[in-house]
Design a binder for this molecule. Sequence first.
Ligand SMILES: Nc1ncnc2c1ncn2[C@@H]1O[C@H](COP(=O)(O)OP(=O)(O)O)[C@@H](O)[C@H]1O
Ligand SMILES: [Mg+2]
Length: 267
Amino acid sequence: MSESTLRVSGVSKSFGGVRAVRDVSFEAHQGQIVAVIGPNGAGKTTLFHMISGIFPPDSGQIWLDRTRLDHMPAHKVAGCGVARTFQNIQLFSTMTVLENVMMGHYRHQRAGLLRCITGYSRREDRETRTAALRHLSRVGLEDKADLAAPGLPLGEQRLLELARALALEPRLLLLDEPTAGLNALETVRLGAMIGRIRANDVTVLLVEHDMNLVMSVADWVVVLNYGEKLAEGRPDDVQNAPEVVEAYLGHDNGDAAVQPDPERIGV
Ligand SMILES: Nc1ncnc2c1ncn2[C@@H]1O[C@H](COP(=O)(O)OP(=O)(O)O)[C@@H](O)[C@H]1O
Ligand SMILES: [Mg+2]
């Protein structure tokens, strides 16, 4: 078995009386795509926030190889090679498409933010532009480099967020509903892109409601329901597990394939 890249161990988080994540444990090995699925409110985004250091868990531990991530601030977690995209797209709205990706690259270069502000080195700036263009071309947006980021259609904004995350050269990439707002063709393209990211030995955690995408790209699926881990396993096994069908449909209708109930998953 490959070295374990991410280990989430007994992690819990409450907001007031809401137990958003309860004692969740799972592992994602290097180069794997692990999908985290579950109905709206299941705790998926909360789990991502804890892994990426936006807030600490109330209890439990999160490890990336031999580094303990829980209780590290987000910028330090990013420095450990963890990049993410957001369910609600978060781009720098006054910047161009290329500049957004350059910001991801500057973060990769540690003292980069200062350089970014002071324009410290022209050579580095050129290198950063070149790298940013390369990341943009990975998502097919190189022709849009000089446009204002907010002017892009939603689907392309999602791709831009992905390019910015890739510019961090991550070891672990967290994608929170990356296909929300994408059309069918863009969704298929994004699936292929995620497959190519994995080929570079990046571990991908994917929150996704599109079951076709999950079943086609994921190596392993973790199912959350009301904050708890309901099941985990290979995509085919999880898809057929009665408790998973029950959680998605509210009853077991004997149909093996999981077809998410749009009301519960909010699509
Ligand atoms: N910042 C917050 N403050 C209070 N409650 C929150 C907060 N974030 C999430 N929750 C609650 O935690 C639960 C899990 O939410 P979330 O992690 O966003 O679920 P998912 O991403 O699976 O839809 C929900 O009941 C949600 O209302
Ligand atoms: Mg969410």
